[in-house]
Design a protein around this ligand. Structure first.
Ligand SMILES: C[S@@+](CC[C@H](N)C(=O)[O-])C[C@H]1O[C@@H](n2cnc3c(N)ncnc32)[C@H](O)[C@@H]1O
Length: 281
């Protein structure tokens, strides 16, 4: 079957469509997989002594709630996300008691945050999707206090992240019509180029920008691999559109491609990312 005329929707539509929906459905799996990054963010917040936290692209709220939990009554955490479904999921999880956490459903690039309020801006993989990243980081800068810190994580290149690209590679012969993303285009790997990221943050007014590679070991249950591969990423976007025969071929090719990551009952991989930090002044 041809994917010649398949258009990849813009980021906001993706996150308010299938992209957001699959993140809600796979919330436990994804939160488990990316827990090492949650731990790093929580530690960074605790070490900083900051208490009024803005979590960008907070998704279903894992990092906002974990931060809120450790800060206790002294803290205030605001999670912002463009996806209605993910913010709904985050709000539903909040009833457990983190009353100091609030969630806002909006485009973080243009949302009018209260000015000079947040003393720390954090994100786990939520900052690579803006159509105007300089405007977005300027917006966070205006929302930040003069002594605020920024601490966010983003993916390095696809070649450094074979786990993240294995499904798409294995299914490539069936996905030939799909448009190729431009370099630095919004998306999972939109911040892979550190020079580009440094330029964005500097233009947006952030100082002391540091971009360090960080490799964290992540894992998921091996029995969840198929669900993960066929629901998420570019393959997940088009998997349901494939006819039955092609879908079966793709499923089996993708499954074999992941065997090298399986260790016993877990699938293990290294997430090759950037730790991006900066100060407001
Ligand atoms: C890869 S997910 C990460 C979610 C969450 N930080 C986590 O670690 O579970 C990226 C998130 O960024 C959000 N996002 C994308 N564009 C956005 C925008 N313009 N404004 C706010 N959130 C956005 C998506 O809706 C999605 O929840």
């Amino acid at each position: 079957m041809s994917l010649e005329n398949t258009e990849i929707p813009d980021m906001k539509s993706i996150w308010n469509g299938k992209g957001g929906q699959v993140w809600v459905e796979n919330q436990k799996l994804l939160d488990g997989m990316f827990k090492p990054f949650e731990d790093c963010l929580v530690k960074a917040v605790l070490d900083s002594g900051k208490v009024n936290i803005l979590d960008i692209g907070c998704g279903a709220g894992a990092t906002s709630l974990a931060t809120s939990w450790v800060l206790g009554e002294t803290g205030k955490v605001t999670g912002v996300d463009v996806s209605k479904a993910l913010i709904q999921a985050a709000k539903e999880r909040t009833t457990i008691g983190e009353s100091s956490t609030q969630f806002i459903c909006s485009d973080a690039q243009s949302y009018r945050f209260e000015e000079a309020v947040y003393d720390m801006v954090i994100s786990r993989f939520g900052v690579m999707f803006f159509d105007d990243p300089v405007a977005a980081f300027k917006n966070f800068h205006s929302a930040a206090t003069t002594d605020a810190q920024l601490h966010v994580y983003a993916w390095r290149s696809p070649t450094e992240n074979p786990f993240m690209t294995a499904a798409q590679k294995a299914a490539a012969p069936y996905m030939q019509g799909l448009p190729k993303p431009e370099p630095n285009a919004p998306g999972q790997f939109g911040f892979a180029n550190a020079d580009y990221v440094r330029e964005i943050l500097t233009k947006a007014g952030w100082k002391g920008v540091e971009i360090e590679p960080i490799d964290l070991e992540c894992s998921l249950a091996a029995r969840e691999l198929e669900k993960y591969n066929t629901n998420l990423g570019v393959l997940g976007m088009i998997y349901d559109q494939l006819d039955n025969e092609t879908r079966e071929e793709v499923r089996s090719k993708v499954q074999s491609a992941f065997q090298s990551f399986v260790k016993g009952d877990r699938a293990e991989f290294v997430a090759a990312c950037w730790k991006i930090t900066a100060c407001a002044n």
